[in-house]
Design a protein around this ligand. Sequence first.
Ligand code: AMP
Ligand code: MG
Length: 407
Amino acid sequence: MIPIEQAFQLIDEHVTRLPPTRLPLASSVGSVLANDIHSDVNSPPHDKSMMDGFAVMSDDVNDGKNNLSIVETIIAGDWPQHALESGQASRIMTGAPLPKNADAVVMVEQTEVESTDSGQRVKLLIDSIAPEKNILRQGVNFQTGQTVLSRGHIVRATDIGLMAEVGAGDIPTREKPTVAVLPTGNELVDHHSKPLRGQIRNSNGPMLVALAQQFGLEVTDLGSSVDDPGQLADMISAGLKHDVLLLSGGVSAGTMDLVPGILKDLGVVEVFHKVAVKPGKPIWFGVNNCEGKKRYVFGLPGNPVSSLVGFHLFVRRTLEKLLGSQTAQIPSEYGELHTQHQTRGNRPTFWPAKRITNDQTVRRFEPLVWRGSSDLFALAEAQGLIRFQENSTVHPAGEKVEFFPFT
Ligand code: AMP
Ligand code: MG
């Protein structure tokens, strides 16, 4: 059994980031930018209206001119044809370019349109307006040539919108690892089935698939294997075609815990087995080096919360390193314990917890009622894990703690 920090260090040493590539915009969520992203446009591209209404010269309104002749209608996508002169207004829609000399937009709700012999006029129901009201000037968000996202940034869904706006089509990043998931155990049945005596539904499989998908990765669900050396060897071999293979179950010390032996037979070299962490101690990690291509294998313990904690502590770190992240670690938050908590045992414990939201500036985290590594029910409310140091002790409310958020 090794300490958790040593396990982190071993992962950092053994995991090599994948080669650079370019990904289509839509596939780049979760990837790490290999270069800065620059804009080829101003945002907004032109001075524009933020309201449906009438583009005016604010001096007119403030000088008491509240009945203006309408010279044109500008809808989004159009380009204005008339520069305003004193006494004139243009009907304008949200997003449409502002005509020359206009410096404010009066909301349509504050106007009345009248038809006269000499054309349409607008009566303003206000007697003053601040210059720049309801308009946005060209380039105030960002300008042509500006860096909008920096190298090393992990692409999130919102960044996709920004990169679309700046015309970034092929995103400079690194190859994404492919992931396969294979739970093991004689007792497992698919979640569509009703478990018979002695059976349990395979909850780890769908959960691990979903966790890896949260990183924007392609995940192959290999189903599950019984604790049979032949089937395990066949299915694990299939899994070794992927960059990362996540196994669950069969890595502890029982007579049916066959996974570590079979991985060794298949040429996967053990890096560590058993980490001083609760839950999740039996975790196994190894590397298979086949024709210059490295495959990373995790044997996660079968209990669902052990698998979950193993994923967040160790698998996530591995995926981020592969993707090219400079800071291969889960960002943690510091705050105070909301309620007293008793720890037991001689391993650091990661306890499901939620954030307490209140007006105070200090963050507070509340440890949830949790029955241990098989209890996923408690996790429904959890937003992350509080890390408690080893030893059995009472942690009083207000104690400083570190919290690892799930996302
Ligand atoms: P193991 O790590 O194989 O000794 O399994 C530890 C515990 O986790 C046992 O109670 C198993 O029934 C349970 N378990 C193993 N695999 C799964 C799974 N895929 N989904 C839910 N529970 C599991
Ligand atoms: Mg088992």
